[in-house]
Design a protein around this ligand. Sequence first.
Ligand code: ZN
Length: 506
Amino acid sequence: MESTFEASRQLYNGCLGEGKRRLSLLRQSKDYQKARSLKKEDPNRKKLFKQAKDQYQFNEYSLHAYAGELKNSWIGEHIGINLAQKLATRAYAALEKLLYRKAKRVRFKTKNQLDSIEEKTNTTGIMWKEMGVKFQDHFIPAIVDPSDPVIVYALSKRIKYCRLVQRRVRGQTLYYIQLICEGTPLSLSERKSLKIKSGKVILPENHGTTGLDLGPSTVAIVGEKSAGLHQFCDELKDKEVELRKLQRKLDRQRRANNPKNFEKNGRVKSGPKKWVSSSYQRHTQTKAAELGRTNAAHRKSLHGKLINENIRLDSEICLEKLSYRSFQKNFGKSVGNRAPGMFIERLKRKAENACGSVIEFSTFKTRLSQTCICGKREKKPLSQRIHQCGCGVKAQRDLFSAYLARFVQDDRLDVSAAKESWTGAETLLRTAFEWKCQTASRGTCPSSFGISKEILEKSGSSAQEGTECTLRKPNDKTWNAVKLGLTPGMRVQESQMEFLFRTPLL
Ligand SMILES: [Zn+2]
């Protein structure tokens, strides 16, 4: 083995030396000099470079041929043609760095400086066969731990080629074989959950399913053992308001600067016209553009945070296939600004990397928001944020939809399975909702949670306002929603709080 490494080293140095000679010739050539003087956009520049390279045979394949020639000596007794070509490729890669001025010099390998050699295939030279290395006439069995599931998994794949590595450990030379396998590497969570059964690896198939319900301002996530109700990019709200203000300002400035371009009713006149902008207007424009940029960056980080912290990515994630365009139409610009479509795309990509999957099902075929686990279907108005059925099931609407989403297969809801798991999930959903209620009272809270601001304010210290509680719809129409038996000045007890949230809104 030592002689193989030594022969490889000599061959590498040979290729490097020859390549260096060709490179210096190339650099002196007229074509090369002429090409250098040309501008980068000039198509002739590329042509001339190639011409010069061909003339002095400075390319990977010529170097392969040169390596083949070198091999026709004592070196050939130790290494095969594939190995020689790979070494030539390595030498060429080093020289290319020199050519493109990414390196200042190339170094020849002194004794024991070449530590790894690799083949092109697993059919010649250094081969992996029957749990060992076949090498010339020798067979060296490898030391493999058969109880390590990661190793067993890797060995079950096709081996593309081998790499031999030598390392010096406490004065001793140790040889390692590295196998380059086909397929995708395991994710960290998969590695942990791998198991071996009678010499074969069993990949954990069922990572569980997670249901997702994406609303205009909320995301409900229900997994097997966890549930959560989250605000969807609520932190962007202030920026949206600010951006809107700036855009209005911009509009005013545009109108002030170009009064002739507008009709009396405020519309833009038709036909060709000239636009003038003041320096103040341009200042506003830059400001708006900057705000738009930071807004996008903030949104991206919020999306990532929501995905990473709350969703089990290695599971099967089920959600309704939404038309994000209609979403935007119905709920307005601010929702579009939160980019639910982009969020889903990102989720898909992340889930794929973590060996999970995202399944989108049809909204029309399943109609989850109208369905109960008893099979009853009833249309609820959008204002009704709590699902309550005659069969005794009661839960926050989004969380309930997300729970049901877990049991959808091929665009159909498996009602019996959903019913079976309900007892365990009920407390899960309630805790998630209550937790959200508590945290919401500290900060802002969107109306779609089913907790109106007034209720929260009242529950704070004492109910000072009237007995009527109002609820806001996402489109900002206010209507009376709940009538409670609270009189002004009355304190809201904790048990009443429960009642407040549990009561269906009429
Ligand atoms: Zn029911």
